[in-house]
Design a binder for this molecule. Structure first.
Ligand code: PEP
Ligand code: MN
Length: 338
């Protein structure tokens, strides 16, 4: 249930709504806007009480029920777009944010070269997985904490914030010591213990769409992060499983305008894991920007032929540079910068 306060509602009137909700054993989340406050009343049985209980309180403008399963990620709760700040970078604003780098951190040298390349081409954030959730237990699982140390080294050297995946709720605190953005992989989108831990920290979180999840399930998963108090949530579309097998996953371009319509959260696109092949990545990336994505998460390797993970879908330095040029003209035609 959403309680919209009047523009000039006093602090006491806001507090009284919160107290009323708490006396009914509901929890609350406040969205304090520049001109008015919106209060989400949350609980499993809000449907059983009348909206009048809140509508009659002084200072209340309007009470509505959010009929969708997700509440805090919805535009009803927060009409204005969320802008997530990571260092000097803003995700969800007018400027597109390109996050690029190898699938996995493989060595200090590889990470250093990759960062130099993506930074020179205009990426604002560097990616690299230290913990890799692999389909097979026999595949390279990542350098783990050593990999995180390399990420911190390149961050200091090049001044770019880093994004890396966290796979285990017990490792959230440790990964957060090294990384600026924590990534929840597609296979973990509904790992609710992991989401709950990430809700407790202040670091930005990129929540990838599960490979067989609807947009509604994805936004409801985002509510776990928001309900914990972490407001820095960025969604990432990375393709879904369909009957089509000519790509690794089918890029659901339509999810971008759907997210923009129903949610205030920024959404970026990972064309690499959808494509599965480097030749297909640039077209999917361009389409994502044209459809309104706030940025890209893209795999670039100094030498894809030698990559330990996902070499086939990784762009070479020159392909990435070319793509950045193409994206620039698309961004400009949409009134955005890069
Ligand atoms: C990744 O970004 O390296 C990754 C494993 O992606 P996904 O979770 O989308 O498969
Ligand atoms: Mn990968």
């Amino acid at each position: 249930m959403i309680v919209e306060m009047r523009k000039k509602a006093s602090q006491k009137e806001i507090d009284d709504v919160v107290l009323k909700a708490k006396s009914l054993s509901f929890s609350v989340q406040l969205n304090i806007g520049t001109d008015k406050t919106v209060i989400a009343i949350l609980g499993s049985n809000t449907g059983q009480i009348s909206t009048d209980i809140f509508a009659v309180l002084p200072g209340v403008e309007n009470v509505t029920r959010i009929m969708k399963p997700y509440k805090l990620a919805s535009r009803e709760f927060q009409p204005k777009n969320t802008i997530v700040r990571v260092g000097d970078v803003e995700i969800g604003g007018n400027r597109l944010v390109i996050m690029a780098g190898p699938c996995a951190v493989e060595s200090r040298k590889q990470m250093d070269e990759a960062t130099r390349i993506v930074k020179n081409a205009g990426a604002l954030i560097v990616r690299g997985g230290a913990f890799k959730p692999r389909t097979s237990p026999f595949s390279f699982q990542g350098l783990e904490e050593k990999g995180l140390e390399y990420l911190v080294e390149i961050k200091k050297k090049y001044g770019l914030p880093v994004i890396t995946e966290v796979v285990d709720p017990h490792q959230v605190e440790m990964v957060a010591k090294y990384a600026d953005i924590l990534q929840v992989g597609a296979r973990n989108m509904q790992n609710f213990t992991l989401l709950t831990e990430l809700g407790k920290i202040k670091h930005a979180v990129v929540l990838k769409r599960g490979l067989a999840n609807t947009v509604t399930e994805w936004l409801t998963a985002a509510d776990y992060l928001l309900a914990g108090g972490n407001k820095s949530v960025i969604l990432c579309e990375r393709g879904i499983r369909t009957f089509e097998d000519s790509t690794r996953f089918s890029m659901d371009i339509s999810s971008i305008p759907v997210i923009k319509r129903f949610s205030h959260l920024p959404v970026i696109v990972d064309p690499s894991h959808a494509a599965g092949h480097y030749t297909l990545v640039p077209a999917i990336a361009r389409a994502a920007i044209a459809a309104g994505a706030d940025g890209l998460l893209i795999e670039v390797h100094p030498n894809p032929k030698e990559a330990l993970v996902d070499g086939l879908q990784s762009l070479t330095p020159s392909d990435f540079k070319r793509l950045m040029g193409e994206i620039k003209s698309i961004a400009e035609s949409l009134g955005r910068t890069i």
